[in-house]
Structures are given as C-alpha cells and as structure tokens.
Design a protein around this ligand. Structure first.
Ligand code: NAI
Length: 252
C-alpha cells in the first residue's frame, strides 16, 4: 500500500527542482500526478520517465485560463482532483526596493501570488466534488523572516503564507485542507542561478549560504517532497492552516 494510493495530484512548476521531486515522490507513493509547467521539454520528459501515472500539461500559472484548463484536463484524464501543490515560483531581480520597476514587482506577484490564487480558485469545485482535498502552497523561510534582498519575492511569500491560512478557514467545512511549506535554501536551478548571479567565487557563496542553516548544509528537493507527501496524505488529516518549516534550522 502506498501512502497516496488512489489520490490524484497536480503540481505546478513540476518540471524541475522541488516540483519535480514532489511529482516523483507522489508517484512513488501511489498517486497519479499532473505535472504543470511552462518548461515543456523537461516536463514532458519527466512525465515519460514516471510512466502512465504521470502526465504533462502546459500552463503558465499567471494566466487564469491556462490554470483552469490544466485543472479541467487533470479531472478529465484522471477523474478527480485530491491534491494541488502550488509550487511554481520565480525569484525576480535581486535589487533594492528603490531600484525596482513596477513591471519587475508585478511579474513576481503575478507568478507567485496570483498563481496560487488561480490554482486554489479552480481546485475548489473538483475538490468539493471529491469530498475534500489538500492544497499545499510553497511559501519560504522568507514568508516568515526578512532578508535584505529580492523584496518582491519576500512580499510574495508572506502573502502566500496568509492566503494559506485564510483558505484553510474558508474551506475547512468542505474538508479541504490548506497548508504552507517554508523551505530553507534547497539546491535547485533557482538557487543555482541566485548564487551564480552573485558573481565571484560561486563555491564560497554556496558554502556561505549553507552556513546560514544550523544543520550546516543546503537542502535537497526531496527534503521538501517528503513534507508534501505527508501533507497530501491522510496522515495529515487533522492538519490545516499550518506552516511546515523545512529549513535546516535557519529560522530557529
Ligand atoms: P526552480 O526555479 O528550480 O523551478 C521552478 C519551476 O517552476 C520551473 O520548472 C519553472 O519552469 C516553473 N515555473 C516558473 N514560472 C512558471 C509559470 N509562470 N507557470 C508555470 N510554471 C512556472 O524553483 P525551485 O527552487 O524548485 O522552487 C519551487 C518553489 O519553492 C518556488 O515557489 C520557490 O519560491 C519555493 N522555494 C524554493 C526555495 C529554494 O531554496 N529552492 C526556498 C524556498 C521556497
């Protein structure tokens, strides 16, 4: 028996990084999984690798019609929707607030905040029809504490944290649970690009970033995926509105 046998899940931003690990671990645990992304070649290749219980769907999470179509296609293909992982996100430019343009600010909110809104909005009807569900939103340690870089990203992750709590209250009566996950630095393409953009000695930047975590190293995508499997499973049936912090002790 798998922990997610019979569950139907959709993960946004599932082509690489944390989202890909979530797709892989949810399939391993018995779920059928729709991988949604804009990175079509990589997403398609992952779905092929994971076999008949995975499917790739193109959608930009900042475009409501595309998100709605991806959720409808998942229900059409698999019959229902039990789990939504709102994972797609972008970091945005590393500039102080006074140098940011409105367009730079808006793009981060469009993907990181509106993307979660659109996913949640269109998941409610199929989850109600299924008798309940689990929505898992990727926030960040920077939805809990501040840092002197990427201001629109931190604002977006704070928003995701409180959207999760509000939706947890709104939909508890429908047995739809909504929780946020708060990762520390996880070694993915996003963090690789963030560290590379610092210039200079990339190895030293990586060691300095690792040292921010009391456990002394960066996380791996699977460290987050195991948390997602727990929140997707019935093992977490009494958990809603919670903040699952997986950060190597960063925010202690
Ligand atoms: P990543 O950049 O490695 O992968 C993100 C995926 O999302 C990519 O496949 C990308 O194509 C997709 N994506 C981006 N914009 C999209 C859009 N508009 N529509 C659909 N898909 C889109 O990112 P990573 O590191 O795997 O992060 C995943 C989530 O976890 C993000 O929400 C991120 O903010 C969050 N997070 C990551 C941390 C880290 O250290 N890697 C730490 C805390 C939070």
């Amino acid at each position: 028996m798998g922990r997610l046998d019979g569950k139907i899940a959709l993960v946004t931003g599932g082509a690489v990084g944390i989202g890909a690990a979530c797709a892989r671990r949810m399939v391993d645990a018995g779920a059928r999984v729709a991988i949604v992304d804009v990175h079509d070649d990589t997403g398609q290749a992952l779905a092929v690798e994971l076999g008949e219980r995975a499917r790739y769907l193109h959608a930009d999470v900042s475009v409501e019609a595309e998100v709605a179509a991806a959720i409808a296609a998942t229900v059409a293909a698999f019959g229902r929707l039990d789990v939504l992982v709102n994972n797609a996100g972008i970091a945005g430019p590393n500039k102080p607030t006074h140098e940011l343009t409105e367009a730079e600010w808006d793009r981060v909110q469009a993907v990181n905040v509106k993307g979660v809104f659109f996913g949640t909005k269109h998941a409610i009807a199929p989850m109600r029809a299924a008798g309940g569900g689990s929505i898992i939103n990727l926030s960040s340690i920077y939805g809990l504490v501040g840092a002197p870089d990427v201001p629109p990203y931190h604002a977006s992750k704070g928003a995701v944290r409180l959207m999760s709590k509000t939706d947890a209250l709104l939909y508890a009566a429908d047995r739809i649970r909504v929780n946020s996950i708060h990762p520390g630095f996880i070694w993915t393409p996003m963090v690789e690009q963030h560290i590379a953009a610092m210039g200079g000695d990339v190895g030293q930047h990586r060691r300095d970033t690792a040292a921010l975590h009391p456990l002394g190293h960066l996380g791996e995508p699977d460290d987050i995926a195991w948390g997602v499997v727990y929140l997707a499973s019935d093992e977490s049936r009494f958990v809603t509105g919670s903040e699952l912090v997986i950060d190597g002790g960063y925010t202690c």
